[in-house]
Design a protein around this ligand. Structure first.
Ligand SMILES: [Fe+2]
Length: 188
């Protein structure tokens, strides 16, 4: 199967709903499409997009909507690979586990003073294949990490193209400082 054919069924469904729905309904509908596509076996990914990379999780572009309303990104996580606490730069996102197990922790931003950000962990779950969740600003702070001994694969639909985010680095006093992080796609 050619690379562009992978994920084609799901992007056809995403086109229809993202271009045709009031925006506030979109994330929940995208989530339902991803769960259904995985259950029906219509969401297939090229093997090359699921290969882990040494040193960091891999982020690869599967589809970019020509009108710029959404992108679909595949991430592959080797054992132990995880993100820092981060935001989504104000862009909604739906994330779905395609293979393996992921630990997902959601955080609430409780206060900010003079560049010191304070968070409380709201939830932490281990999510397996077929699990999906929405991240909708302002509730957009989380960590993701591979909770398996083998590579895990996740699929992310963003309401635009997320070319940067902010990571939050822990400080000694228990607060965090915010640092901009530019995001790129892995070409291998
Ligand atoms: Fe994220």
């Amino acid at each position: 199967m050619k690379q562009e054919q992978h994920g084609e069924a799901v992007t056809t469904r995403l086109d229809a709903l993202i271009h045709g729905q009031p925006s506030e309904r979109v994330p929940e509908l995208v989530k339902a499409v991803l769960i259904d596509s995985l259950q029906q076996g219509t969401l297939t990914l090229p093997k090359a997009m699921c290969m882990p990379v040494e040193g960091s999780y891999a982020r690869r572009l599967l589809h970019r909507d020509p009108s710029g309303q959404y992108t679909v990104v595949v991430m592959t996580w080797g054992p132990g690979q995880k993100t820092a606490l981060h935001d989504h730069a104000g862009i909604w996102c739906v994330e779905c586990v395609v293979d393996g197990n992921m630990e997902v922790a959601q955080y609430d931003l409780t206060s900010e003073d003079n560049g010191h950000f304070h968070f409380e962990q709201r939830s932490r779950v281990v999510a397996g294949r077929g699990s999906a969740g929405c991240l909708i600003p302002p509730f957009e702070y989380h960590t993701l990490g591979n909770a398996a001994e083998t590579p895990s694969v996740t699929l992310h639909v963003y309401g635009g193209e997320m070319d940067h985010c902010h990571v939050f680095e822990p400080l000694e006093d228990g607060s965090y400082r915010r640092v901009r992080k530019d995001l790129a796609y892995c070409n291998s």
